[in-house]
Design a protein around this ligand. Structure first.
Ligand code: BYC
Length: 473
């Protein structure tokens, strides 16, 4: 499939040839005002009239796709972009490895592909809804701009998935695209599909944890879908990953800046009491990590999954960097050792690798999170702080999969539900923590100034200094 050049002047900027595809163009132009209405109702509150220094995707060339300018968010040019490939793609995962990739949806995989695309799509507006009030307590204009950048790009990721639904799934796809604008994060009657996307994210510690842990799930899920035999999905996800990298940067460096500040305040206080100095203490940081990391582990699905084995065998989803890291893309003869609870004890058992493919992706995700935590701990060593942060065990506080329904402490030991409840507030972000965090998060709107609880970033962004007016009236 050749990809047309980028049409930036179209109502919907794109490189998918919408000008020559009147049916899909009309369908998307019909969906566009509904999307803008959703953005007005559920996007960032009260900042529509501000000029925000944003990057916009204007090309698909590596390194040259972003244009920086002051933009009002409702005027952001949400477009549809696929990464072009130099050569015809072949399938490189599952039973049909080596066959040509699909330009259309095969009838037998229509239901599964629709489900995967809708699940992915649903997370994008969900995250915007979760973050809609955060502009009001931004620790600096730099951070406020980064939040809005993340938000508009999640909106673009929704566009990427909605294009696939309209183009390849006919009437069902159009209905799914409508439903994506109707579900609401946290709504008891019409919730978003996946658990983490219904949790409140109502202060900046949660925002940084979210972009650190949930967006990182996005990285791994998109990387698995980039391996898909359905070529338009693979190419969409590849381009989404270029934008996702910035979201991970926001999360990882945001946490690092809070940790740096906590260590500085700890050293200032005679008793090492960070809260007394108005900062975010290490206990709260650890509870926030425990809370978000465990919800995000759920996003990989069950450890044993027939759905996932089927997706892999059919070539709908691969492993992380499937093409580069693995020689055997069928993975029929291999096994995986799972740990699960049987008769109140933790036992190991061997299962066919394909049925544990969600766990394989979760392993790669955990390793990437561990790398970031090691970096934070290295910073603490450099700053002379005795504090250390850690990831809880993968069994801790799970709501999906084999470990849901059992209770574990953060080290992964099996405990009773009563023992867990007795220590819940010691292990997970509590109502009192959230109250404290919201109370210290008074907004800082002066260019170059930072809230007390967070260290400044090393530099500004988009070629500007830190004291640039990233958001202005
Ligand atoms: N919450 O066989 P199972 C991102 C359901 S994030 C609620 O274990 P499977 C982003 C599941 O739907 C990346 N329900 O799972 C980040 C199924 O329900 P039904 C998002 C859950 O299918 C930040 C049942 O449990 N991408 O991009 O193997 C900001 C048993 O399913 C959950 C994707 O999700 C949960 N956590 O794998 C913005 C990729 N987990 O059908 C964006 C597409 C499972 O029995 N999705 N269930 O009623 C998939 O590939 C798969 O659907 C999953 C689950 C990996 C999510």
């Amino acid at each position: 499939m050749s990809v047309p050049s980028v049409d930036l002047n179209a109502t919907i900027p794109n490189n998918v040839g919408l000008a020559d595809d009147p049916k899909v163009r009309r369908a998307l132009e019909h969906w566009q005002p509904r999307y803008l209405e959703w953005w007005r109702d559920m996007g960032p509150t009260d900042f529509s009239e501000r000029e925000v220094y944003l990057r916009t995707a204007v090309s698909v060339e590596p390194g040259g796709w972003a244009h920086w300018d002051r933009v009002r968010m409702p005027d952001y040019r949400w477009g549809v972009f696929l990464t072009p490939h130099a050569q015809a793609a072949t399938i490189h995962v599952g039973d049909e490895t080596g066959a040509p990739a699909w330009d259309e949806v095969p009838g037998e995989h229509r239901g599964a592909l629709r489900r995967i695309i809708v699940t992915q799509a649903d997370t994008e507006p969900a995250s915007v809804e979760q973050q809609r009030l955060l502009g009001h307590m931004a620790p600096s204009l730099y951070d406020m701009r980064n939040l809005f950048q993340v938000n508009v790009e999640e909106g673009r990721h929704l566009w990427a998935m909605v294009y696939l639904l309209h183009k390849y799934f006919g009437k069902d796809g159009r209905e799914e695209a409508e439903a994506l604008l109707e579900r609401r994060s946290g709504d008891p009657d019409h919730p978003r599909i996946l658990g983490a996307f219904n949790q409140p994210c109502d202060h900046w510690l949660s925002f940084f944890c979210f972009t650190m842990f949930a967006d990182r799930d996005g990285k791994f899920q998109l990387a698995a879908l980039r391996e898909s035999a359905f070529d338009p999905l693979a190419r969409s996800c590849e381009f989404m990953l270029t934008e996702e990298a910035f979201h991970l940067f926001v999360g990882e460096t945001g946490m690092e800046r809070i940790i740096r500040r906590a260590a500085e305040l700890e050293a200032l206080d005679p008793d090492g009491d960070v809260r007394r100095q108005g900062g975010i203490d290490f206990g709260t940081l650890q509870r926030a990590i425990n809370y978000w990391f465990s919800y995000c582990l759920d996003l990989f699905g069950s450890e044993l999954s027939n759905n996932a084995a089927g997706y892999f065998g059919a070539g709908l989803k691969g492993r992380f960097k499937e093409a580069e890291r693995y020689a055997d893309h069928r993975a029929l003869a291999q096994h995986y050792t799972l740990v699960s609870v049987e008769r109140d004890r933790l036992v190991e058992r061997e299962v066919p690798l394909r049925s544990a493919i969600n766990e394989v992706l979760r392993d790669d995700y955990i390793a990437d999170c561990e790398r970031a935590v090691r970096k934070w701990n290295h910073l603490l060593t450099e700053l002379g702080s005795p504090q250390r942060l850690r990831l809880p065990n993968r069994r801790f506080h799970r709501h999906q999969g084999l470990h849901a329904g059992h209770s574990f402490d953060p080290a992964g030991h099996l405990i009773t539900a009563a023992q867990f409840e007795a220590r819940r507030d010691e292990w997970l972000l509590s109502a009192a923590d959230n109250r404290y965090l919201r109370a210290i998060m008074t907004p800082v709107r002066e260019p170059g100034k930072m809230a007390h609880w967070i260290a400044p970033p090393r530099r500004g962004i988009g070629g500007q200094d830190l004291d640039f007016a990233y958001v202005r009236d």
